[in-house]
Design a protein around this ligand. Structure first.
Ligand code: ADP
Ligand code: GN1
Ligand code: MG
Length: 371
């Protein structure tokens, strides 16, 4: 794919932003899409901003289906929020269609672009600087789950087939290892063994799902702390963003991905592993808040499996980073050499911590049953 900047001008004129565009700059720290912040200058008002994104062609093969999901879900969320007398414009995302009326714009090179109004007076955090902040994100993701509990999951497209199918991720990892097309496996010995020793774990949630123990729901599937916008004054999590992977899934995935990313004090690509560890207090804070947010809508089995959600999402993400490293960094954006291997190592360190403190995690979950 060509650099997004090459078609940016063409794309900017394809949308009616309601005022002259005065600039567009790269924005955010996502690993997948190309994100720009567009600044416009209305005649007698302050600058109005928009988020303009080229959807990743590597990740999303069907932008039409993806946008159908997003429009369906954002409109539904908007109605739910209005019914609760919330502020729809700040609490739900909204899609601004291009001038041609389509859900997104396809540029002359085939790139698929969409626009959202910028949700102002919010902050997007890369790390849980305070327990309160992490709790706020937990409430927001729990609430997201609750708001969508009656959304017809079967109408959603699978935007990335087998996205959180850990067994399939393992299979792809093994194929990449077998091919070892760049000869990188030699430097990943301990990481490769770490995965192979946990083959059976990769089936834990899927087996429970197949046995009918864990229900399939509408889930977000990418519940990193930086995918919730926090109100800059109150610190509450107000708007869930990055809806590309809203699909049918397991609720323990949403819980687990938040723990993976947020219940520690290091960056995902930290190279000094002595700085990477699971913060069990943050696990506690998030569990309580997430269950509060879901408003009692989870089953006993789902609650019982929450620690598995944390471990599996972390293991799976590590496997994905390692696989991408082996195949030559095709999927996750990197800004330096070996970044995906470093990311993999932090994930596996967290998995090891979760295993070491498994009984504590289970005890915490038990404590908040009934919230
Ligand atoms: P990616 O899939 O690449 O992570 P995101 O959809 O999460 O892309 O967007 C990247 C970043 O852009 C977010 O982390 C956030 O900082 C910002 N962002 C996205 N949508 C909005 C919005 N509607 N209002 C304000 N900021 C946003
Ligand atoms: C990606 O898009 P972003 O940066 O929020 C990825 C997630 C990973 C995450 C790891 C669509 O999330 O699955 O867990 O990176 N999203 C997609 O940081 O693959
Ligand atoms: Mg994101």
């Amino acid at each position: 794919m060509i650099q997004a900047e090459q078609t940016l001008q063409e794309v900017l004129v394809a949308f009616d932003f309601g005022a002259p565009v005065v600039g567009a700059v790269r924005y955010g720290q996502g690993h997948i899409n190309d994100t720009f912040c567009v600044h416009t200058q209305p005649e007698n008002a302050c600058c109005r901003r928009f988020i303009l994104q080229r959807m990743s062609a590597a990740a999303f093969k069907r932008p039409d289906q993806l946008m159908e999901n997003i429009i369906g879900v954002t409109e539904y969320l908007g109605r739910q929020i209005e019914a609760r007398r919330g502020d729809r414009g700040r609490e739900a995302m909204e899609v601004l269609r291009p001038k041609n009326g389509e859900p997104y714009y396809t540029d002359s090179q085939g790139g698929a672009w969409r626009v959202y109004p910028f949700v102002e007076r919010t902050v997007c955090c890369q790390a849980a600087d305070t327990p309160e902040l992490f709790a706020a994100s937990g409430r927001a993701f729990g609430r997201f789950q609750q708001l969508l509990k009656d959304y017809p999951a079967e109408t959603l497209h699978e935007t990335i087939p087998n996205f959180h199918n850990t067994e399939d991720r393992l299979k792809k990892f093994k194929a990449a290892l077998e091919a070892d097309k760049l000869g990188r496996a030699a430097e990943c010995g301990p990481e490769i063994s770490f995965v192979l020793e946990r083959e059976a774990d990769c089936s834990a949630a899927l087996s429970a799902m197949r046995e009918g123990k864990l229900p399939v729901r509408v889930t977000h599937n990418d519940t990193k702390l930086n995918n919730v916008l926090m109100d800059e004054t109150t610190g509450e999590g107000i708007c869930i963003i990055d809806l590309d992977t809203v699909m049918p899934g397991l609720v323990i995935y949403d819980f687990g991905d938040s723990i993976r990313f947020g219940a520690n004090h290091s960056a995902e690509d930290e190279t000094d592993l002595s700085k990477v560890s699971l913060d069990v207090d943050l696990f506690d804070v998030y569990t309580k808040a997430f269950l509060e947010g879901t408003g009692g809508s989870l089953t006993d089995a789902e609650i019982e499996y929450l620690p598995w959600g944390a471990k599996l999402m972390t293991l799976e993400c590590g496997i994905r980073f390692l696989t991408d490293y082996l195949v030559g960094d095709e999927y996750f954006h990197i800004s330096r050499e070996r970044q995906n291997l470093d990311r993999c190592r932090t994930q596996f360190k967290l998995v090891a911590d979760m295993e070491a403190r498994w009984d504590e995690l289970r005890a915490i979950v038990d404590r908040y049953r009934g919230n």
